[in-house]
Ligand binder design. Structure first.
Ligand code: ZN
Ligand code: ZN
Length: 276
């Protein structure tokens, strides 16, 4: 299983001289197993995945959304395959959210915010809404979901490889963003969902020292992410959904501090490729 991090930032795309190392695209991760691919979220990183995709032979894509906040869908209107009738784009959501995927997208892609509406796209687009406990199969990849606390609703997503003939079968990856934790009680549902996976990434927008001033904003801290990863015995943990103004130097300092707590831990960065 191969992971490609097209966007790792949270809340807002950023591009300053202090964002060169880790990048500033918002949430988007591609997961490949052989010829099968699933994408988690359509933040601004999706734009670059689209540019890559139209140069390849791939004509179909499945994008699963954790939720529909703007930093997780803002790449979609600029996703080049949507403007070409040769492509099929399947958009998936899980569980109950404040709005359906279709309602969220058609609302976002409408005047006066974005006057080219869904009708402006040429690709075959499907909106597919799954129950929270449904499993979605895409070739040799199986995607499942776990509700996580976040304003309006959000789901952590897990992908596992199911191709018994592949040498790297039985790999698994959890994508857990955006979510706010309760400092008094670890999210045991999420610990179970992440249990033993090869890699997990988590909403590390803040750190524990600033968390009290950010309560109710729907995000968590890198320390809580490490605590969850250790409790769930995940094999590698990625710090994800960086606060927009976190500079390269700040993220390097966070990485060093996090590695002092858990050795198999790193800060995710745009255009990083990881083989599990
Ligand atoms: Zn977000
Ligand atoms: Zn959000």
């Amino acid at each position: 299983m191969e992971l490609f991090f097209w966007g790792t930032r949270g809340s807002l795309p950023m591009n300053t001289p202090n964002h060169r190392l880790f990048g500033g695209n918002t949430s988007c991760i591609g997961v490949n197993q052989g010829d099968d691919m699933v994408v988690f979220d359509g933040g601004s990183g999706l734009i670059h995945l689209g540019s890559d995709m139209i140069k390849s032979d791939r004509k179909e894509i499945d994008i699963c959304f954790s939720h529909f906040h703007s930093d997780h869908i803002c790449g979609l209107p600029f996703f080049k395959p949507l403007f070409d009738s040769a492509f099929a784009v399947r958009l998936h959501s899980f569980g109950n959210n404040d709005a359906s995927l279709y309602e969220a997208m058609s609302g976002y892609l409408s005047s006066p915010i974005f006057p080219i509406g869904l009708d402006g796209f040429k690709a075959q687009i499907e909106f597919i809404e799954h129950d929270a406990d449904d499993a979605l199969t895409i070739g040799a990849l199986c995607v499942s979901a776990c509700p996580i606390p976040h304003p309006g609703g959000a789901h952590a997503l897990k992908v596992a490889s199911t191709d018994a003939t592949a040498a790297d079968n039985n790999k698994s990856f959890v994508y857990a963003t955006d979510t706010e934790h309760d400092p008094k009680a670890m999210n045991e549902n999420l610990v179970r969902f992440m249990n033993g996976v090869d890699m997990a990434v988590y909403d590390c927008t803040y750190d524990d020292a600033e968390f009290d001033t950010k309560r109710g904003w729907g995000h968590s801290t890198w320390q809580e992410g490490v605590r969850l990863a250790m409790a769930a015995k995940v094999k590698q943990f990625g710090i994800f959904h960086h606060e927009p103004e976190r500079s390269d130097d700040m993220l390097l300092a966070i990485e060093a501090a996090a590695q002092a707590m858990m050795r198999q831990c790193f800060v995710t960065r745009d255009y990083m490729r990881i083989e599990l």
